[in-house]
Design a protein around this ligand. Structure first.
Ligand code: AMP
Length: 436
């Protein structure tokens, strides 16, 4: 039986791969205008980085991490041995923890330095139940800005994300920007206690998971998909009433800067985001559609304590990530014209087998001149070679016939205008290039 890609993973076929490359280039271009530089961190990190950074009680860490075991370590684990922390590895479920780890490890944010603005693009892995818009391996583009806690960083990054979505073609009218502040270490504990007390009063209506969450991390209950829990949490205390003066002022400045930039947002007191590390600003960009879980195309927020959590000096940070596959779905629904991957610009066709070696050699000369060139490898008829050239997207076909070749010439056809010219073989590459 044929072996397919694992459940929840998929292949990026050439057209999709081309779009993914374009998508990343657009991100590099847009984010680059705001000073963000690319970084690439490993696809796997020590498990304790995610446990400490993202939080043990989060779904991502407690249920969705793929742990990586080498053959030797697998045998040890099966024999009941506990591996030391440095040998316990997991595939990254998100990009922030790795980038912050890299900033700490390489001291990218020395004291007094301007903020480090970094962007990444690559696969993330979560052992979620696969469904439309939810994969086990999916691609994210994200940014992290470390070393500044000013609200202008938050606003600038959100504006930049909305610019990026517009530039890739996500219809402006389909997006809603949800905004909230989650407070800080000063004000959030009191809020968390208030939510816990409220949940205790309504414990009978809560699902088992939310009852467990109540002790460890009651705010997670705002994310519960169970309709009874959602109804209970609808009336739970709102963070706005608990924010300390500093958090209130920070949040007001973020909103003010967004308004100045003409960015519309909706305040959502229930937006707490799935990961533990957020402080103050959190946001999510949702698109209209069915099934709330898959509506988010991007989101992020401020994480002023994360660097310390993973052993660095106190370094405020802000970041977001957006999901490539979810953006593709939105673009498909909007009738977006996706690019097609073309294997060749010029096709070298042979009138008969006698000129096959010359065609092979000419294709080489064209490639050396920077032209994507293809020739026939299957002894097709001339007519079928033209069909193939068309299918491959060739803009030019160079026709080699024994008569022309005897005089040192080739025939060049412009596939768009259908005009043909006969030129000396040694200027063929230049003529082809001028037609592209
Ligand atoms: P998160 O790190 O959960 O905030 O995710 C950021 C973005 O990544 C989301 O807004 C989605 O667009 C995308 N995303 C998250 N999880 C998945 C998944 N399992 N499959 C596909 N895209 C995802």
């Amino acid at each position: 039986m044929a072996i397919n890609a694992p459940e929840g993973t998929y292949d990026l076929l050439p057209d999709q791969k081309l779009f993914w490359e374009q998508f990343k280039n657009t991100a590099r271009d847009v984010f680059g205008r705001y000073g963000y530089l690319p970084i690439e961190t490993p696809s796997m990190e020590r498990t304790d980085l995610f446990v400490r950074g993202i939080g043990e009680a989060t779904d991502v860490v407690s249920k969705e991490m793929f742990e990586v075991l080498s053959g030797g370590n697998m045998a040890k684990v099966l024999a009941g041995e506990t591996l030391p922390a440095k040998k316990r590895l997991s595939l990254r479920p998100e990009g922030t923890a790795g980038v912050v780890r890299a900033c700490v490890q390489h001291d990218l944010v020395p004291q007094g330095a301007p903020p480090a603005k970094l962007m990444y693009a690559g696969p993330m892995f979560r052992a979620e139940r696969p469904q439309q818009g939810r994969q086990r391996e999916f691609n994210q583009v994200g940014i992290e800005c470390l070393g500044a806690d000013d609200p202008s960083i938050d606003a600038e990054a959100i504006i930049m994300l909305m610019r990026f979505f517009a530039e890739v073609g996500i219809p402006h009218t389909s997006m809603t920007l949800l905004l909230n502040s989650m407070g800080c270490a000063t004000c959030r504990p009191a809020y968390r206690d208030a939510v816990r007390a409220y949940m205790e009063q309504h414990v009978d209506a809560l699902c088992d998971t939310c009852r467990q969450r109540m002790d460890l991390n009651p705010l997670r209950a705002f994310d519960c998909k169970n309709s009874e829990c959602a109804a209970v949490m609808e009336d739970a205390p709102k963070i706005g009433e608990y924010l300390c003066d500093e958090c209130q002022a920070h949040y007001a400045q973020v909103r003010g800067l967004l308004e100045l930039a003409g960015i519309q947002y909706v305040e959502d007191a229930r937006l707490v985001r799935g990961l533990d590390y957020y402080t103050r600003t959190v946001f999510e960009v949702q698109v209209a559609g069915s099934g709330k879980a898959q509506n988010a195309i991007g989101g992020g927020g401020r994480y002023d304590k994360l660097a310390e959590e993973i052993g660095g000096r106190p370094t405020p940070g802000f970041g977001f990530a957006l999901g490539f596959e979810r953006c593709v779905h939105v673009l498909e629904d909007a009738g977006h014209a996706f690019p097609h991957a073309h294997a060749c610009q010029a096709f070298v066709a042979c009138v008969d087998d006698e000129v096959r070696t010359d065609a092979f050699a000419l294709a080489q000369i064209l490639r050396d001149a920077g032209v994507a060139a293809e020739t026939d490898h299957q002894h097709r008829s001339l007519k079928s070679q033209f069909k193939l050239a068309d299918k491959l997207g060739a803009q030019v076909v160079v026709i080699l016939g024994p008569d022309e070749l005897r005089e040192g010439n080739v025939r060049i056809r412009d596939m768009r205008s259908h005009e043909e010219t006969v030129v000396p073989k040694d200027v063929a590459a230049g003529t082809v290039a001028s037609l592209l």
